[in-house]
Design a protein around this ligand. Structure first.
Ligand code: DC
Length: 274
């Protein structure tokens, strides 16, 4: 299967260098380099809260790019885990991140899709290989938080995510987008729900993918991940003081999406529409 180049958001350690060269070239031609201001919508929250579904839908409705930062941490964790690199091996992990390409891409079957299909159909490529399914394996669920807590990994990935957010209007979801990646984001939301509800949602998702597990195991894994994400030293999972808090325990996806989209439209002064 091929991938649409246009839709590919490639992140690599060299993009800073490319950007610098672009600006340099432009300056040499005597152009004034204008830094364009893009809208960043930060959506944070713990596992199983419905962030991905909501963020994807919000991006589709607004025609914004959608960046799932958890998928980037997952892809890096998958590679490190496969290579047997321990989560505390700072130098090896730093080298691995510098040497790895994670890209979001769209399959190129059929016509180029619109924003809705684009967000829904995004694939995750690790060094050019599609790992969209592998990064959701229960084994990766268990190790991802530990690799994500590594300072060397975080520093590099936070920097990469900042660069990604500068390329256009974007909905970026994660754990630390409103606090660390884009503390100045125009709009911030923090989604949460009771652990019982989140575990049930995660269980349904796993069962629908054919994973053999049960409620207790799912809840244990989810709570362990939460604890690591909230207690790590570097950019822990936390609600930014200026983020709007939404408890999704009793809300359907459409209600949460409507609320977020209307807030964004109001802030941007866009005409109200459904
Ligand atoms: O959103 P998710 O469940 O796919 O995220 C997987 C893990 O990645 C999460 O448990 C912690 C890490 N993560 C992070 O540390 N910072 C982010 N911005 C996003 C995810």
């Amino acid at each position: 299967m091929g991938y649409s180049r246009l839709a590919t958001r490639r992140i690599s350690a060299s993009s800073d260098e490319r950007n610098r060269r672009r600006i340099q070239k432009s300056l040499m031609r005597g152009n004034t380099v204008m830094e364009e201001k893009h809208c960043v919508v930060a959506i944070d929250g713990p596992a199983g809260v419905g962030k991905s579904t909501v963020s994807r839908a919000v991006a589709s409705r607004l025609g914004f790019c959608y960046v799932d930062t958890g998928a980037i941490y997952r892809a890096i964790s998958l590679k490190a885990h496969r290579l047997g690199i321990p989560p505390d091996a700072d130098e090896q992990l730093a080298a691995l991140v510098n040497d790895t390409t994670v890209a979001f891409a769209l399959p190129t079957d059929g016509e180029p899709p619109g924003a809705a299909a684009a967000a829904a159909g995004q694939r995750v490529l690790l060094d050019g290989t599609d790992v969209t399914e592998e990064i959701r394996d229960p084994e990766i669920n268990r190790v991802v938080s530990v690799y994500s807590a590594n300072r060397a990994v975080r520093r590099r990935l936070v920097a990469l995510q900042r660069r990604m957010g500068q390329s256009g209007d974007v909905v970026m979801e994660g754990r630390d987008i409103g606090t660390a990646v884009f503390p100045d984001a125009e709009l911030k939301f923090f989604l949460d729900a009771a652990s019982e509800v989140r575990s049930r949602r995660r269980l349904d998702e796993l069962l629908s993918k054919g994973v053999k597990t049960c409620f207790e195991e799912t809840r244990r894994d989810l709570e362990a991940r939460d604890k690591t994400d909230r207690s790590r030293a570097e950019s822990p999972l936390a609600r930014a003081a200026d983020a709007e808090f939404i408890d999704t325990s009793e809300l359907g996806v459409a209600e949460v999406v409507d609320r977020i989209v209307s807030r964004i439209r109001a802030r941007r002064g866009d005409p109200v529409q459904s």
